[in-house]
Design a protein around this ligand. Structure first.
Ligand SMILES: [Zn+2]
Length: 386
């Protein structure tokens, strides 16, 4: 157990304490983060040096305090009400559990998810976006070259195939026949499995930049993609707000710094308008990515300070709030990682506008209930539900 106290001019509010605990929790086993007589005190169960922990806590504090301050938009409908729609959706058979973090969708859930995607495609069309589609399996270098496995090991999922020789196939075939009772397969050579050469897509935009690799003539452009994404995380309560597999619609911009920054401003306005049209109780605020490693605390700090990421956060019911979308600015990270340039040798910038389709759909059902006929007419009209 190691404890660090940092003196403060005034005690931290609960939200900031929670932020500090959450961000520290990515790298340490946090026992507690509290206001104490010596200032803010963080306790972790790891075997780390006092100096190392103190350094980390000071960095996290700067990030967390920034986080709670940076809200660029807030929408509070006067008639707002919300309640958890998940049980009703399951009772109606529109949402069915397959396993932890995995759900099948049908009925009205699919109707709304499809309607939202049409709405988002309309925004993409106004930006002149070219539509692309990818498989959900990506070659390992796509993610290795942007350091994804290093920065987000807690989210990574790789897919292994069975070896091509007869012995491995026989071993695999025998071990997992019906009635064997196996529900998990260890990805080892003894089990006949080959090293994974593909990973499950963790987002939909990285492939856009990968396709530009080694090019020397990259011009200003906008793409849009809808695809399945996978994260090695699931809600403990089996809730719809944290899925291991879900779909995302992204609008991606690539080009000169001026082009990407100008589009980002328009996309931020698009995000505000979307939230207003759908009548969501929400905020758009600066956020950081859940980097894992200790050295990545620095990335959190830089990312937040530079406002590289904004999240659209929606209140579902009570004080339950989730991020349903984000607006990301990558600067020249992808063009450096994948080595592509404009015709005059500059490193292109990139950015993306991303919506988690199931989360936004779920948020709408929590807001308006299961009966689509009863949804307010303006919302029905914008979703073209009639
Ligand atoms: Zn993206």
């Amino acid at each position: 157990m190691v404890q660090v106290s940092v003196s403060m001019a005034r005690p931290l509010d609960d939200m900031t304490l929670e932020d500090v605990a959450r961000i520290l929790g990515r790298s340490f086993a946090v026992e507690g983060v509290v206001n104490g007589p010596d200032g803010m005190t963080a306790t972790v169960r790891d075997d780390v040096s006092y100096d190392h922990l103190r350094q980390a806590v000071v960095k996290v504090l700067r990030v967390a305090r920034h986080l709670t301050e940076e809200c660029v938009f807030s929408h509070e409908p006067t008639d707002w009400q919300g309640s958890d729609a998940q049980l009703a959706l399951e009772a109606a058979g529109d949402v069915q559990r397959l396993g932890p973090g995995l759900f099948a969708f049908g009925g009205s859930f699919l109707t709304v998810r499809g309607a939202l995607d049409t709405l988002l495609l309309g925004i993409a069309a106004r930006h002149g976006a070219k539509e692309l589609a990818y498989p959900p399996l990506w070659p390992i270098p796509v993610l290795r070259d942007i350091n994804y496995f290093h920065d987000f090991p807690q989210l990574a999922m790789v897919a292994a195939g069975v070896e091509t020789d007869f012995t491995s196939r026989s071993r695999f075939s025998e071990a997992h026949r019906r009635g064997s009772g196996s529900t998990a397969i260890a990805c080892t050579a003894e089990n006949g499995l080959a090293p994974a050469v593909n990973a499950l897509a963790p987002t939909v935009c990285d492939c856009c930049y990968w396709l530009l690799r080694d090019r020397r003539d990259v011009a200003d452009q906008v793409f849009t993609i809808h695809g399945h994404v996978f994260r090695n995380e699931a809600s403990d309560e089996g809730s719809l707000d944290r899925l291991s597999a879900f779909t995302m619609r992204e609008i991606v911009t690539v080009g000169t710094e001026a082009f990407v920054l100008a589009r980002r401003q328009v996309l931020l306005e698009d995000m505000k308008q979307l939230a207003q049209l759908l009548g969501l109780r929400c905020t758009i605020e600066a956020a950081d990515d859940p980097f894992f490693c200790n050295d990545a605390l620095q990335k959190n700090l830089l990312q937040t300070a530079a406002q590289l990421k904004y999240e659209l956060r929606v209140v579902l019911f009570g004080n339950r709030e989730i991020a349903v979308g984000s607006l990301n600015l990558h600067n020249d990270y992808f063009s450096k990682s994948y080595d592509y340039t404009t015709r005059d040798g500059a490193r292109p910038f990139s950015g993306c506008f991303a919506i988690g389709c199931e989360r936004l759909t779920y948020a709408l059902f929590c807001r308006y209930g299961l009966d689509l006929e009863q949804w307010p007419q303006p919302v029905r009209s914008v979703l073209r539900l009639g």
